[in-house]
Design a protein around this ligand. Structure first.
Ligand code: PLP
Length: 461
């Protein structure tokens, strides 16, 4: 399996290299050269298997010879063992044809654990073979950072630096990043918003001297291995509801477009997915893009679903690459236009996107009302991100079963939930002492040079 860049001008890599590289050297994102498909019978045979076995069968064709079969099975077992639910990604029913896929039973209570726990295991295994040491720098709007801290703390060959926007993540998210005691993980509270953090990380990848000097690797959702790990729960949930014998649809609370792009890959692999519905909060660039064809940045307005407070949705580039007939030059041109505020999606590309994706937007008031309404109707307590999904999904309910992704545990966003239902959701027992742990963080300016010298100092010491 070979991986190519969405901008068509970076080296072609194997799976292991693409995982370690993150962002391609031409600024693009790695995608498989061809998408392997699963036959009707192969998909039907997934019914009733463990999550780990489904993961093995879905992911195996993408890995090339990076890991042996037994080795990969071992990595999957280790990755999902810390989860607080045997099914890993259980489904619950909200209404006659509406299901909620609970993706928050991992160690940091958000869906990011599915990919991060596995990528931690895979990177560790790959580095152990070469004896190499790498530096991972990641930007987070909250959940990626905590999941990465959890997955990488204490690993022998990795230094991890997480940049999060100071004052813009929830207390639980911040504490999950700042209370790790291991010396190889570092939380940087940066001045600015998530897009600033993400931009500085991209700058570091585009500074080849720095990139090669510290052996920079990325674990943001642009990393192909993360997208791939998320493909699995589209299969496990759809098969539970009768796929491939009947089709399903998904609604996905979306920020950086990574999670929903995994659904797009599942669909290309042959899983019968009718529609993938993009659900945004009031930072609605993707909803506007799908409805009007205009992809225009408007700046970020903070919301109660901070993990989706994003304007430049990195993984959307992968969908554009396919929509433009895999023309890397055309994608590079669009990304150039984006630097000055935005671009218009061509009619052909827009029609191709609309064949797979629908979209909707949820205001702050609607988010609160949805948390309240679902609690009253079903007893299910939603986090604000999941509530955005449920609200948008409600507009698309029909004869096809709808699966809405619940992306975080409500206790990660207690204030929004308290406001909506008058009760504070409790942290699961394994995190009950989070507020007693000591915090360790570094305040940093939004300044590339300063960040780079701090990172160099820390890894030298
Ligand atoms: C990261 C995150 C999202 C957005 O996921 P993307 O892959 O960036 O679209 C939604 N909800 C929660 C809770 C998240 O942590």
């Amino acid at each position: 399996m070979k991986y190519i860049s969405t901008r068509g001008a970076a080296p072609i890599l194997g799976f292991g290299e693409a995982m370690m590289t993150g962002l391609a050297r031409d600024g693009g994102l790695y995608v498989p050269e061809t998408i392997p498909t699963m036959s009707y019978d192969e998909i039907a045979a997934l019914a009733g298997l463990s999550y780990e076995e489904i993961a093995f069968r879905v992911m195996r064709p993408y890995l090339g010879d990076t890991f042996g079969d037994d080795e990969f099975r071992g990595l999957l077992t280790a990755a999902y063992k810390p989860f607080g639910h045997l099914a890993r990604a259980p489904l619950v029913q909200l209404g006659p044809n509406h299901f909620l896929l609970e993706l928050f039973h991992g160690p940091t209570l958000a869906f990011k654990d599915f990919a991060m726990q596995l990528i931690g295991q895979m990177m560790q295994a790959a580095l152990a073979k070469t004896g190499e040491r790498i530096t991972i720098v990641g930007a987070t709007s909250g959940d990626t950072g905590s999941a990465a801290m959890e997955a990488f703390r204490g690993l022998a060959n990795v230094d991890l630096f997480i940049l999060y926007p100071h004052g813009r993540v929830s207390d639980v998210q911040r504490r999950q990043m700042t209370t790790a005691t291991e010396a190889n993980v570092h939380a940087f509270a940066m001045d600015g918003d998530f897009d600033d953090c993400q931009a500085r990380v991209k700058d570091m990848f585009n500074d080849f001297a720095f990139r090669d000097g510290v052996r920079l690797a990325g674990v943001n959702s642009i990393n192909w291995a993360r997208v791939l790990a998320q493909v699995v729960y589209y299969f496990s949930s759809a098969v539970s509801l009768g796929a491939p014998h009947r089709a399903v649809s998904f609604t996905v609370p979306t920020g950086n477009f990574g999670d929903i792009f995994a659904g797009y890959i599942a669909r290309k692999m042959g899983l019968p997915i009718e529609k993938l519905v993009i659900a945004t909060n009031h930072n609605d660039i993707l909803h506007r893009a799908i409805t009007s064809g205009d992809y225009q940045t408007h700046g970020v307005t903070p919301s109660m679903s901070p993990s989706m407070d994003i304007q430049v949705s990195s993984n959307f580039e992968r969908a554009l690459f396919d929509a433009y007939g895999r023309d890397g030059k055309a994608v590079a041109q669009l990304m150039d236009e984006l630097k000055s505020g935005g671009f218009h999606i061509s009619q052909g590309a827009l029609e191709s996107l609309r064949a797979t994706f629908a979209s909707g937007r949820c205001s702050e008031e609607e988010t609160t009302a949805t948390i309240n309404r679902e609690y009253v109707r079903t007893g299910e307590v939603l986090c604000p991100h999941s509530a955005v999904g449920v609200k948008v999904a409600n507009d698309y309910l029909g004869s096809t079963p709808m699966i809405t992704l619940a992306t975080a545990h409500p206790a990660k966003f207690p204030d929004a939930v308290l406001d909506a239902i008058g009760q504070r959701p409790e942290l699961p027992a394994r995190l009950a002492d989070l507020f007693d742990r000591r915090e360790r963080l570094t305040r940093v300016p939004n300044d590339l040079g300063r960040l780079q010298s701090l990172i160099r100092e820390r890894i030298a010491s």
